[in-house]
Every structure is written in structure tokens, then in C-alpha cells.
Design a protein around this ligand. Sequence first.
Ligand code: ZN
Length: 312
Amino acid sequence: MMLSSLAPTTTKKGVPLVFHEPHVETGFRTPHQPWSYYVYSLFQKHNECMNCWTHLVGLCLALSRAVDFAHNHRMLGDPHMWPLTAGLITMVLMYLCSTTAHCFSNRSELVHYTAFMIDYAGIGLFGVGSVILHHHYCHDDAWVNSWLQTNAVLVGMILGVIVCFCCSVSKVIYKRPYPIARKIWQVSSVVAIYTWLSLPILLRLYQYAAIGVWHSSLDHHIQQMIWFAVAGFFFGSDIPQRFFPGKFDFVGHSHQIFHLCIIMVTEKQLDGITHELERLSPKFANMALPTFWNSIVIIHFHVAQCNPPHVS
Ligand SMILES: [Zn+2]
């Protein structure tokens, strides 16, 4: 299929209501085309194009960071690296799910709903991966074997499934234009797991305020939190397109800015973990070994829990 032979994009009047986006007027791909059309449309100018490319870039960055870690550590041979391996797998899958969802979401209503449920599964999965990363590498010595550390992954997994459930249910029960209630379903579940995965870092910051213990990793964790807050702002605000409807259909849309902020979140998260590894590696010999169950297997189990229905 030549790019010039791709079906041209249309305005919002030419597509079903489910494909409409607030304040987006043009650049909608034609529904009911072959799967290949949506793959080739990565090189066409349309209103999901930058959403695909931003998280494709994020995917490449995550893979390149994984290669870097693999050069410096035995990712599968050393049990202390299993949580990092699990976290990286979830990061890669999150970007892959997001890119896939934005790429194929306009094919049909069924594909649209299924694609975004895959996206939500990826978000929940990445939340679980971040819980594993932060609770294993970012904790203070005083919390080793505490209730917090012992139950972190189990609670994180429940919260990850809740993220997938809340985002999927709110996508189905509400119709466009979506009410604010849908954002509350989405945001509250994401905030719950983000608070849980941030707890070791928040407690370290509290400790710094109380007794002045600082480590360079906290610089990166704080930047990661700031980028997450900025991401949340653009996700929820529909800025800038709400002030200039139709002017940011192709580039500059708030969802694209949200994607870029998420890339910064994952980059700063991995920078923070790099510094944590330097802090912890002398202590690894005295630390309990993470189990394969609490890292790699739990990710496989979570994928099974959030597996969306089959697309026919
Ligand atoms: Zn997205």
C-alpha cells in the first residue's frame, strides 16, 4: 500500500461519536480499513499520529535503558536484579500497549474499546512494576522486612487491577461527551497506586525533613514526581486545545504533552533507580533475596488478570 493511496482523513462529522475527542475537529482516520492501513498511517498526518510516535520514542528509550542496565548487571542471573527486570518489562509493555491503542483505535468501535482496555492494562501493569521497583530499591534500611515491604507487591497488584478495572468500566458506562465522573474514576485509581508506589520515597523525604538524611537518588525521584504532576495536569485539563478548538489536532494536543511527560517520568524513575543501585549494592550481600514470584511471575499474573476480551 502506497502512502499516497491511503484513505484521506476526515472531520469529526465523518466518524462515529465514539471516535470524537474534545476540541479536536479534523484529522480523523477512516474507520473499517484493513489493519495495514492503520500501520501505514503512522506516516500519515492525522490526529493520533503524534500520540503513536511519542510513545514509540518512549518505547525505544526504555529499550535502550534496558540494554544499558543489561551491560552493567546480570539482569536474570542476579536475583537482586529481578525487580529491575520486572520493572523494565512493565515499562516496555506500557509503551507498547499505548502505541498499539493509539495506532488501531479508529478501526472500529469494538477495536477502539479493546485497544484502550489494552492501554489501561498497560498502565496498571506499569503501576505494579513501579511498586516492585520502588519498594525494593528505594526503601530505607529501617523498613526491611516491615509490613510495608512484605505486602507491597500484593497491595500493588490489587491496585493495578483496580486501575485497569476503573478505567475500562468508566470507558464503557459513559458515552461521549464524557462527564467529569469518568475522569474521577480514572484519576482516583491512578492516584491510589501512584501514592502506594511512591510511599518509600515519601518516607525517605520525611526522614530527610526529620533528620536530614539525603541521597542523590532523591533528586531524581523528586523530578519524577514533578513530571508526574505535570502529566496529570495536561491529562485532566485539555489545555491548550480547549482554548483553540481545532488548532492542535495534529501537534501540540494535551494528550501528546501528557505522553512526553510520561517519558520524562520513566527516564527520571530509571535515573533514580540507577542511583539507588549504587547506594544499595554494597548492602546486597546482607539483604534478603527477592523472590522470582514477587518480581517476574507477578507481572505475568497481572497480565492474565487484566487480559481484555478477544477482538474478532
Ligand atoms: Zn495515550
